[in-house]
Design a protein around this ligand. Structure first.
Ligand code: UD1
Ligand code: CA
Length: 452
Protein backbone atom coordinates (compact mmCIF):
# COMPACT_ATOMS: atom_id res chain seq x y z
CA UNK A 1 0.00 0.00 0.00
CA UNK A 2 1.34 3.32 -1.04
CA UNK A 3 0.59 6.95 -0.53
CA UNK A 4 -2.42 6.78 1.74
CA UNK A 5 -3.74 10.02 3.22
CA UNK A 6 -6.04 9.71 6.21
CA UNK A 7 -8.57 12.51 6.66
CA UNK A 8 -10.12 12.53 10.11
CA UNK A 9 -13.29 14.59 10.46
CA UNK A 10 -13.36 16.21 13.87
CA UNK A 11 -15.09 19.53 13.43
CA UNK A 12 -18.28 18.67 15.30
CA UNK A 13 -19.06 20.36 18.62
CA UNK A 14 -20.50 17.40 20.46
CA UNK A 15 -23.16 19.38 22.31
CA UNK A 16 -24.67 16.26 23.85
CA UNK A 17 -21.52 15.56 25.86
CA UNK A 18 -22.40 18.58 28.04
CA UNK A 19 -18.72 19.17 28.52
CA UNK A 20 -16.25 22.04 28.24
CA UNK A 21 -14.05 19.73 26.17
CA UNK A 22 -14.62 19.15 22.45
CA UNK A 23 -16.16 15.74 21.85
CA UNK A 24 -13.06 14.18 20.29
CA UNK A 25 -11.08 14.93 23.47
CA UNK A 26 -13.33 12.80 25.66
CA UNK A 27 -11.39 9.86 27.06
CA UNK A 28 -11.84 6.19 26.29
CA UNK A 29 -9.51 3.92 28.26
CA UNK A 30 -6.23 5.89 28.42
CA UNK A 31 -6.59 7.90 25.22
CA UNK A 32 -8.83 10.53 23.72
CA UNK A 33 -11.39 9.46 21.13
CA UNK A 34 -9.35 11.25 18.48
CA UNK A 35 -6.17 9.68 19.88
CA UNK A 36 -7.59 6.20 19.24
CA UNK A 37 -8.41 7.09 15.64
CA UNK A 38 -4.97 8.63 15.19
CA UNK A 39 -3.26 5.42 16.26
CA UNK A 40 -5.04 3.52 13.47
CA UNK A 41 -4.67 6.32 10.94
CA UNK A 42 -0.94 6.68 11.50
CA UNK A 43 -0.40 2.95 11.27
CA UNK A 44 -1.97 2.73 7.83
CA UNK A 45 -1.24 6.06 6.14
CA UNK A 46 1.70 8.21 5.08
CA UNK A 47 0.04 11.43 6.21
CA UNK A 48 -2.81 12.30 8.56
CA UNK A 49 -5.01 15.37 8.10
CA UNK A 50 -7.39 16.35 10.87
CA UNK A 51 -10.30 18.61 9.97
CA UNK A 52 -11.09 20.64 13.06
CA UNK A 53 -13.63 23.31 13.94
CA UNK A 54 -14.93 23.85 17.47
CA UNK A 55 -12.25 24.01 20.15
CA UNK A 56 -9.47 23.65 17.59
CA UNK A 57 -6.74 25.13 19.84
CA UNK A 58 -7.65 22.81 22.67
CA UNK A 59 -7.64 19.80 20.34
CA UNK A 60 -4.27 20.66 18.82
CA UNK A 61 -2.69 21.36 22.20
CA UNK A 62 -3.96 18.17 23.76
CA UNK A 63 -3.00 15.95 20.83
CA UNK A 64 0.33 17.77 20.44
CA UNK A 65 1.55 15.90 17.37
CA UNK A 66 3.67 17.75 14.81
CA UNK A 67 3.21 15.07 12.18
CA UNK A 68 -0.49 15.97 11.78
CA UNK A 69 -1.69 18.42 9.16
CA UNK A 70 -4.42 20.43 10.93
CA UNK A 71 -7.04 21.72 8.54
CA UNK A 72 -9.61 24.21 9.74
CA UNK A 73 -13.22 23.97 8.68
CA UNK A 74 -14.53 27.40 9.68
CA UNK A 75 -18.21 26.63 9.07
CA UNK A 76 -19.68 23.13 9.37
CA UNK A 77 -21.36 22.91 5.98
CA UNK A 78 -21.48 19.11 5.80
CA UNK A 79 -19.23 16.07 5.60
CA UNK A 80 -18.45 16.68 1.91
CA UNK A 81 -17.39 20.24 2.70
CA UNK A 82 -15.25 18.95 5.59
CA UNK A 83 -13.37 16.48 3.37
CA UNK A 84 -12.97 19.14 0.67
CA UNK A 85 -10.99 21.32 3.12
CA UNK A 86 -8.19 18.73 3.15
CA UNK A 87 -8.03 18.28 -0.65
CA UNK A 88 -5.54 21.11 -1.40
CA UNK A 89 -3.03 19.27 0.84
CA UNK A 90 -3.32 15.92 -0.91
CA UNK A 91 -1.83 14.94 -4.26
CA UNK A 92 -4.07 13.32 -6.89
CA UNK A 93 -2.08 10.13 -7.12
CA UNK A 94 -3.02 8.77 -3.72
CA UNK A 95 -5.84 7.16 -1.78
CA UNK A 96 -7.82 9.34 0.64
CA UNK A 97 -9.16 7.45 3.63
CA UNK A 98 -12.00 9.25 5.41
CA UNK A 99 -12.23 8.55 9.15
CA UNK A 100 -14.13 10.14 12.04
CA UNK A 101 -12.65 11.53 15.24
CA UNK A 102 -15.58 10.17 17.22
CA UNK A 103 -15.47 6.59 15.90
CA UNK A 104 -12.68 5.21 18.10
CA UNK A 105 -12.86 1.42 17.76
CA UNK A 106 -12.22 1.09 14.05
CA UNK A 107 -10.00 -1.96 13.40
CA UNK A 108 -6.80 -1.95 11.30
CA UNK A 109 -7.77 -5.11 9.35
CA UNK A 110 -10.98 -3.46 8.19
CA UNK A 111 -9.15 -0.34 7.04
CA UNK A 112 -6.61 -2.49 5.20
CA UNK A 113 -9.41 -4.29 3.35
CA UNK A 114 -11.09 -1.00 2.51
CA UNK A 115 -7.90 0.48 1.08
CA UNK A 116 -7.22 -2.66 -0.97
CA UNK A 117 -10.72 -2.42 -2.40
CA UNK A 118 -10.23 1.26 -3.27
CA UNK A 119 -6.90 0.53 -4.93
CA UNK A 120 -8.71 -1.91 -7.24
CA UNK A 121 -11.88 0.04 -7.96
CA UNK A 122 -11.07 3.68 -7.18
CA UNK A 123 -13.77 3.96 -4.53
CA UNK A 124 -14.83 1.78 -1.61
CA UNK A 125 -17.07 2.35 1.37
CA UNK A 126 -17.49 0.61 4.70
CA UNK A 127 -21.04 -0.37 5.54
CA UNK A 128 -22.64 -2.16 8.47
CA UNK A 129 -25.74 -4.29 8.77
CA UNK A 130 -27.92 -2.95 11.59
CA UNK A 131 -31.18 -4.21 13.07
CA UNK A 132 -32.19 -0.63 13.57
CA UNK A 133 -30.46 1.67 11.05
CA UNK A 134 -32.54 4.73 12.00
CA UNK A 135 -30.52 7.92 11.54
CA UNK A 136 -27.94 6.41 9.22
CA UNK A 137 -27.53 6.86 5.51
CA UNK A 138 -28.77 3.74 3.66
CA UNK A 139 -26.81 1.89 1.00
CA UNK A 140 -28.97 1.59 -2.09
CA UNK A 141 -28.06 -1.38 -4.31
CA UNK A 142 -29.37 -2.65 -7.62
CA UNK A 143 -28.49 -6.23 -8.54
CA UNK A 144 -26.17 -6.00 -5.58
CA UNK A 145 -24.23 -3.12 -7.15
CA UNK A 146 -24.10 0.05 -5.04
CA UNK A 147 -26.06 2.90 -6.63
CA UNK A 148 -26.18 5.61 -3.97
CA UNK A 149 -26.28 6.48 -0.30
CA UNK A 150 -29.52 8.07 0.79
CA UNK A 151 -29.62 9.96 4.08
CA UNK A 152 -32.38 9.15 6.57
CA UNK A 153 -33.96 12.56 6.07
CA UNK A 154 -33.95 12.21 2.29
CA UNK A 155 -35.05 8.57 2.09
CA UNK A 156 -38.40 7.29 0.85
CA UNK A 157 -40.38 4.57 2.64
CA UNK A 158 -38.82 1.77 0.64
CA UNK A 159 -35.27 3.03 1.24
CA UNK A 160 -35.94 3.33 4.98
CA UNK A 161 -36.42 -0.46 5.03
CA UNK A 162 -32.79 -1.00 4.00
CA UNK A 163 -30.68 -2.39 6.86
CA UNK A 164 -27.29 -1.82 5.26
CA UNK A 165 -26.10 1.47 6.73
CA UNK A 166 -23.31 3.83 5.75
CA UNK A 167 -20.59 4.06 8.39
CA UNK A 168 -19.23 7.19 6.71
CA UNK A 169 -15.78 5.61 6.45
CA UNK A 170 -14.53 5.36 2.88
CA UNK A 171 -11.40 5.14 0.77
CA UNK A 172 -11.28 6.92 -2.56
CA UNK A 173 -8.69 7.59 -5.24
CA UNK A 174 -7.90 11.25 -4.54
CA UNK A 175 -8.13 12.39 -8.14
CA UNK A 176 -11.66 10.98 -8.35
CA UNK A 177 -12.55 12.33 -4.94
CA UNK A 178 -11.58 15.86 -5.94
CA UNK A 179 -13.66 15.61 -9.09
CA UNK A 180 -16.74 14.34 -7.25
CA UNK A 181 -16.42 16.79 -4.34
CA UNK A 182 -16.29 19.69 -6.78
CA UNK A 183 -19.68 18.59 -8.13
CA UNK A 184 -21.49 18.46 -4.75
CA UNK A 185 -24.48 20.66 -4.08
CA UNK A 186 -26.60 21.24 -1.00
CA UNK A 187 -29.88 20.43 -2.65
CA UNK A 188 -31.08 18.07 0.09
CA UNK A 189 -33.18 17.94 3.26
CA UNK A 190 -30.38 19.34 5.46
CA UNK A 191 -29.01 21.86 2.98
CA UNK A 192 -25.52 20.40 3.48
CA UNK A 193 -22.74 19.24 1.20
CA UNK A 194 -23.05 15.49 1.73
CA UNK A 195 -19.90 13.41 1.28
CA UNK A 196 -22.26 10.54 0.57
CA UNK A 197 -23.36 12.13 -2.71
CA UNK A 198 -19.99 11.24 -4.27
CA UNK A 199 -21.27 7.67 -4.56
CA UNK A 200 -23.88 8.63 -7.12
CA UNK A 201 -21.29 10.66 -9.02
CA UNK A 202 -19.01 7.64 -9.14
CA UNK A 203 -21.84 5.44 -10.39
CA UNK A 204 -22.65 8.00 -13.11
CA UNK A 205 -18.93 7.98 -13.91
CA UNK A 206 -19.27 4.19 -14.59
CA UNK A 207 -17.24 3.24 -11.53
CA UNK A 208 -18.05 0.16 -9.51
CA UNK A 209 -18.29 1.24 -5.88
CA UNK A 210 -16.77 -1.50 -3.75
CA UNK A 211 -17.85 -2.20 -0.21
CA UNK A 212 -16.54 -3.83 2.89
CA UNK A 213 -19.39 -4.88 5.14
CA UNK A 214 -18.72 -5.22 8.84
CA UNK A 215 -21.02 -6.99 11.25
CA UNK A 216 -19.29 -5.45 14.26
CA UNK A 217 -21.51 -2.47 15.00
CA UNK A 218 -19.18 -1.24 17.74
CA UNK A 219 -16.21 -0.99 15.42
CA UNK A 220 -18.06 1.71 13.47
CA UNK A 221 -20.09 3.24 16.29
CA UNK A 222 -19.80 6.98 16.88
CA UNK A 223 -19.88 8.55 20.31
CA UNK A 224 -22.31 11.39 20.86
CA UNK A 225 -22.94 11.36 24.60
CA UNK A 226 -21.61 9.94 27.85
CA UNK A 227 -23.91 6.93 27.64
CA UNK A 228 -22.42 5.89 24.29
CA UNK A 229 -18.95 6.70 25.63
CA UNK A 230 -19.46 4.26 28.51
CA UNK A 231 -20.84 1.65 26.12
CA UNK A 232 -17.75 1.77 23.93
CA UNK A 233 -15.47 1.80 26.98
CA UNK A 234 -17.03 -1.52 28.01
CA UNK A 235 -16.63 -2.96 24.51
CA UNK A 236 -13.00 -1.84 24.44
CA UNK A 237 -12.35 -3.35 27.87
CA UNK A 238 -14.09 -6.59 27.03
CA UNK A 239 -12.14 -7.04 23.79
CA UNK A 240 -8.89 -6.35 25.62
CA UNK A 241 -9.80 -8.76 28.42
CA UNK A 242 -10.60 -11.49 25.90
CA UNK A 243 -7.22 -11.01 24.25
CA UNK A 244 -5.44 -11.16 27.65
CA UNK A 245 -7.27 -14.39 28.53
CA UNK A 246 -6.35 -15.89 25.18
CA UNK A 247 -2.72 -15.12 26.03
CA UNK A 248 -3.10 -17.03 29.30
CA UNK A 249 -4.08 -14.48 31.92
CA UNK A 250 -6.74 -15.70 34.35
CA UNK A 251 -9.40 -13.07 34.92
CA UNK A 252 -11.99 -14.04 37.50
CA UNK A 253 -14.52 -11.87 35.69
CA UNK A 254 -13.58 -10.05 32.48
CA UNK A 255 -16.59 -7.76 32.93
CA UNK A 256 -15.08 -6.43 36.14
CA UNK A 257 -11.55 -5.75 34.95
CA UNK A 258 -10.17 -2.54 33.46
CA UNK A 259 -6.80 -1.95 31.90
CA UNK A 260 -6.18 1.62 30.80
CA UNK A 261 -2.69 1.16 29.54
CA UNK A 262 -0.36 -1.73 28.80
CA UNK A 263 -0.32 -4.94 30.77
CA UNK A 264 2.38 -7.54 30.23
CA UNK A 265 2.34 -10.84 32.09
CA UNK A 266 4.12 -14.17 32.22
CA UNK A 267 2.46 -17.50 32.90
CA UNK A 268 -0.18 -18.38 35.46
CA UNK A 269 -1.06 -14.92 36.70
CA UNK A 270 -4.49 -14.40 38.19
CA UNK A 271 -6.48 -11.22 38.62
CA UNK A 272 -9.59 -11.04 40.76
CA UNK A 273 -12.52 -8.68 40.30
CA UNK A 274 -12.54 -4.87 40.23
CA UNK A 275 -8.87 -4.44 39.50
CA UNK A 276 -7.86 -1.31 37.58
CA UNK A 277 -4.53 -1.30 35.75
CA UNK A 278 -3.14 2.01 34.47
CA UNK A 279 -0.03 3.01 32.57
CA UNK A 280 2.64 0.38 32.10
CA UNK A 281 2.28 -2.66 34.34
CA UNK A 282 4.07 -5.98 34.11
CA UNK A 283 3.62 -9.19 36.10
CA UNK A 284 6.08 -12.06 36.36
CA UNK A 285 5.10 -15.72 36.63
CA UNK A 286 2.48 -16.96 39.01
CA UNK A 287 1.55 -13.60 40.47
CA UNK A 288 -1.92 -12.93 41.82
CA UNK A 289 -3.80 -9.71 42.32
CA UNK A 290 -6.78 -9.86 44.63
CA UNK A 291 -9.98 -7.85 44.38
CA UNK A 292 -10.20 -4.06 44.31
CA UNK A 293 -6.59 -3.19 43.60
CA UNK A 294 -5.43 -0.19 41.60
CA UNK A 295 -2.01 -0.63 40.03
CA UNK A 296 -0.23 1.96 37.93
CA UNK A 297 3.19 2.01 36.20
CA UNK A 298 4.61 -0.84 38.25
CA UNK A 299 6.84 -3.81 37.57
CA UNK A 300 5.81 -6.80 39.66
CA UNK A 301 7.97 -9.95 39.84
CA UNK A 302 7.26 -13.69 40.09
CA UNK A 303 5.15 -15.31 42.79
CA UNK A 304 3.96 -12.02 44.19
CA UNK A 305 0.67 -11.83 46.06
CA UNK A 306 -1.17 -8.53 46.12
CA UNK A 307 -3.95 -8.78 48.69
CA UNK A 308 -7.27 -6.92 48.32
CA UNK A 309 -7.73 -3.17 48.27
CA UNK A 310 -4.11 -2.24 47.65
CA UNK A 311 -3.07 0.84 45.68
CA UNK A 312 0.32 0.73 43.96
CA UNK A 313 1.91 3.42 41.79
CA UNK A 314 5.33 3.85 40.11
CA UNK A 315 6.86 1.03 42.13
CA UNK A 316 8.93 -2.12 41.82
CA UNK A 317 7.74 -5.25 43.59
CA UNK A 318 10.31 -8.06 43.87
CA UNK A 319 9.82 -11.80 43.48
CA UNK A 320 7.89 -13.48 46.25
CA UNK A 321 6.84 -10.25 47.92
CA UNK A 322 3.44 -9.88 49.52
CA UNK A 323 1.51 -6.63 49.62
CA UNK A 324 -1.61 -5.65 51.53
CA UNK A 325 -4.48 -5.99 52.16
CA UNK A 326 -5.08 -2.24 52.23
CA UNK A 327 -1.49 -1.27 51.45
CA UNK A 328 -0.52 1.93 49.68
CA UNK A 329 2.71 1.70 47.71
CA UNK A 330 3.63 5.13 46.38
CA UNK A 331 6.09 6.31 43.73
CA UNK A 332 9.70 5.16 43.91
CA UNK A 333 8.99 2.36 46.32
CA UNK A 334 11.20 -0.65 45.71
CA UNK A 335 9.93 -3.69 47.57
CA UNK A 336 12.58 -6.42 47.72
CA UNK A 337 12.39 -10.15 47.25
CA UNK A 338 10.15 -11.94 49.74
CA UNK A 339 9.48 -8.72 51.60
CA UNK A 340 6.11 -8.25 53.25
CA UNK A 341 4.10 -5.06 53.36
CA UNK A 342 1.00 -5.58 55.44
CA UNK A 343 -2.29 -3.85 56.12
CA UNK A 344 -2.59 -0.08 56.34
CA UNK A 345 1.07 0.44 55.53
CA UNK A 346 2.17 3.33 53.32
CA UNK A 347 5.55 3.19 51.61
CA UNK A 348 6.94 6.14 49.64
CA UNK A 349 10.32 6.64 47.93
CA UNK A 350 11.85 3.82 49.95
CA UNK A 351 13.72 0.59 49.44
CA UNK A 352 12.64 -2.41 51.47
CA UNK A 353 15.30 -5.13 51.52
CA UNK A 354 15.02 -8.85 50.98
CA UNK A 355 12.79 -10.65 53.48
CA UNK A 356 12.00 -7.53 55.51
CA UNK A 357 8.58 -7.08 57.04
CA UNK A 358 6.47 -4.00 57.62
CA UNK A 359 3.33 -5.72 58.67
CA UNK A 360 0.91 -3.27 60.23
CA UNK A 361 -0.10 0.38 60.22
CA UNK A 362 3.23 2.02 59.39
CA UNK A 363 4.48 4.93 57.33
CA UNK A 364 7.83 4.41 55.63
CA UNK A 365 9.01 7.39 53.58
CA UNK A 366 12.44 8.40 52.22
CA UNK A 367 13.89 5.32 53.84
CA UNK A 368 16.35 2.58 53.00
CA UNK A 369 15.61 -0.64 54.84
CA UNK A 370 18.13 -3.49 54.61
CA UNK A 371 17.36 -7.19 54.54
CA UNK A 372 15.57 -9.25 57.23
CA UNK A 373 14.45 -6.15 59.10
CA UNK A 374 11.33 -6.28 61.21
CA UNK A 375 9.29 -3.13 61.58
CA UNK A 376 6.70 -3.41 64.33
CA UNK A 377 3.14 -2.13 64.20
CA UNK A 378 2.58 1.59 63.90
CA UNK A 379 6.15 2.67 63.23
CA UNK A 380 6.44 6.09 61.62
CA UNK A 381 9.41 7.54 59.81
CA UNK A 382 9.14 11.25 60.52
CA UNK A 383 10.69 12.34 57.25
CA UNK A 384 9.35 15.88 56.98
CA UNK A 385 10.23 18.82 59.20
CA UNK A 386 7.68 21.07 57.59
CA UNK A 387 10.19 22.34 55.03
CA UNK A 388 12.55 19.57 53.94
CA UNK A 389 12.43 15.80 53.59
CA UNK A 390 15.05 13.75 55.43
CA UNK A 391 16.38 10.25 54.99
CA UNK A 392 16.10 7.26 57.34
CA UNK A 393 18.39 4.24 57.09
CA UNK A 394 17.62 0.96 58.79
CA UNK A 395 20.38 -1.62 58.40
CA UNK A 396 20.14 -5.40 57.98
CA UNK A 397 18.55 -7.42 60.72
CA UNK A 398 17.31 -4.48 62.77
CA UNK A 399 14.15 -4.81 64.87
CA UNK A 400 12.09 -1.69 65.40
CA UNK A 401 9.55 -2.06 68.19
CA UNK A 402 5.96 -1.05 67.70
CA UNK A 403 4.79 2.56 67.87
CA UNK A 404 8.27 3.96 67.34
CA UNK A 405 8.89 7.29 65.67
CA UNK A 406 12.14 7.60 63.76
CA UNK A 407 12.97 11.30 63.48
CA UNK A 408 14.93 11.66 60.24
CA UNK A 409 17.70 12.04 59.39
CA UNK A 410 18.60 8.98 61.42
CA UNK A 411 20.34 5.63 61.01
CA UNK A 412 19.50 2.42 62.82
CA UNK A 413 22.50 0.08 62.94
CA UNK A 414 22.79 -3.57 61.96
CA UNK A 415 20.87 -5.98 64.18
CA UNK A 416 19.93 -3.11 66.47
CA UNK A 417 16.79 -3.45 68.55
CA UNK A 418 14.56 -0.52 69.39
CA UNK A 419 12.16 -0.79 72.28
CA UNK A 420 8.50 -0.21 71.57
CA UNK A 421 7.16 3.30 71.94
CA UNK A 422 10.50 5.02 71.39
CA UNK A 423 11.08 8.37 69.79
CA UNK A 424 14.45 7.97 68.10
CA UNK A 425 16.25 11.25 67.39
CA UNK A 426 19.85 10.03 67.33
CA UNK A 427 21.63 7.30 65.36
CA UNK A 428 21.32 3.88 66.96
CA UNK A 429 24.37 1.57 67.24
CA UNK A 430 24.60 -1.97 65.86
CA UNK A 431 23.62 -5.02 67.91
CA UNK A 432 22.26 -3.18 70.98
CA UNK A 433 18.93 -2.34 72.50
CA UNK A 434 18.06 1.34 72.37
CA UNK A 435 14.93 2.91 73.68
CA UNK A 436 13.62 6.30 74.68
CA UNK A 437 10.76 5.92 77.03
CA UNK A 438 9.76 7.61 80.27
CA UNK A 439 9.78 5.26 83.24
CA UNK A 440 6.47 3.66 84.15
CA UNK A 441 5.15 4.83 87.51
CA UNK A 442 2.09 3.97 89.56
CA UNK A 443 0.42 6.48 91.89
CA UNK A 444 -0.57 4.49 94.92
CA UNK A 445 -3.24 6.70 96.49
CA UNK A 446 -4.80 7.92 93.29
CA UNK A 447 -8.54 7.60 92.96
CA UNK A 448 -10.90 8.03 90.07
CA UNK A 449 -12.92 11.23 90.26
CA UNK A 450 -16.57 10.75 91.07
CA UNK A 451 -19.53 12.59 89.61
CA UNK A 452 -20.59 15.65 91.61
C1 UD1 B 1 -23.08 10.76 8.35
C2 UD1 B 1 -23.36 10.23 6.95
C3 UD1 B 1 -24.33 9.06 7.06
C4 UD1 B 1 -23.76 7.99 7.96
C5 UD1 B 1 -23.41 8.60 9.31
C6 UD1 B 1 -22.67 7.60 10.15
C7 UD1 B 1 -23.21 12.16 5.48
C8 UD1 B 1 -23.96 13.17 4.72
N1 UD1 B 1 -23.93 11.27 6.17
O1 UD1 B 1 -24.30 11.27 8.82
O2 UD1 B 1 -24.57 8.52 5.77
O3 UD1 B 1 -24.70 6.95 8.12
O4 UD1 B 1 -22.54 9.73 9.15
O5 UD1 B 1 -22.51 8.10 11.43
O6 UD1 B 1 -21.99 12.13 5.43
N2 UD1 B 1 -18.43 16.78 10.40
C9 UD1 B 1 -17.51 17.76 10.17
N3 UD1 B 1 -17.86 18.86 9.47
C10 UD1 B 1 -19.11 19.03 8.98
C11 UD1 B 1 -20.05 18.02 9.21
C12 UD1 B 1 -19.69 16.90 9.92
O7 UD1 B 1 -16.37 17.66 10.63
O8 UD1 B 1 -19.33 20.05 8.34
C13 UD1 B 1 -18.05 15.59 11.18
C14 UD1 B 1 -18.83 15.53 12.49
O9 UD1 B 1 -18.08 16.11 13.52
C15 UD1 B 1 -19.00 14.05 12.71
C16 UD1 B 1 -18.97 13.45 11.30
O10 UD1 B 1 -18.42 14.45 10.46
O11 UD1 B 1 -17.92 13.50 13.41
C17 UD1 B 1 -20.35 13.04 10.81
O12 UD1 B 1 -21.18 14.19 10.75
P1 UD1 B 1 -22.71 14.14 11.10
O13 UD1 B 1 -23.28 15.44 10.80
O14 UD1 B 1 -22.90 13.55 12.43
O15 UD1 B 1 -23.22 13.11 9.99
P2 UD1 B 1 -24.47 12.20 10.12
O16 UD1 B 1 -25.67 13.01 9.95
O17 UD1 B 1 -24.37 11.35 11.31
CA1 CA C 1 -23.37 11.27 13.26
Amino acid sequence: MNNIHAIILAAGKGTRMNSSKPKVLQTLSDNTLLGHVLVQAKAISQKVHVVYGFGGDQVQQTINDDSINWVEQVEQLGTGHAVAQAMPHIEDDSISLVLYGDVPLIQPQTLGQLINAAEDSGIALLSVILNNPTGYGRIVRHNNIIQAIVEQKDANAEQLEICEANTGIMAVNTQLLKKYLAALNSDNAQGELYLTDIIESAVNDKKIVESIITTDEFEVAGVNDKVQLAELERVFQKNQAVSFMQQGLTLKDPARFDCRGTLNFDQDCEIDINVVIEGDVSLGNNTTIAANCNIKNTKIGNNVVIFPNSVIEDALIGNGASIGPFARIRPEANIGENAKIGNFVEVKKSTIGKGSKVSHLSYVGDTTIGSEVNIGAGVITCNYDGVNKHQTTIEDGAFVGSDTQLIAPVTIGKNATIGAGSTITKDVPDNQLSLSRSKQTTLKNWQRPTKK
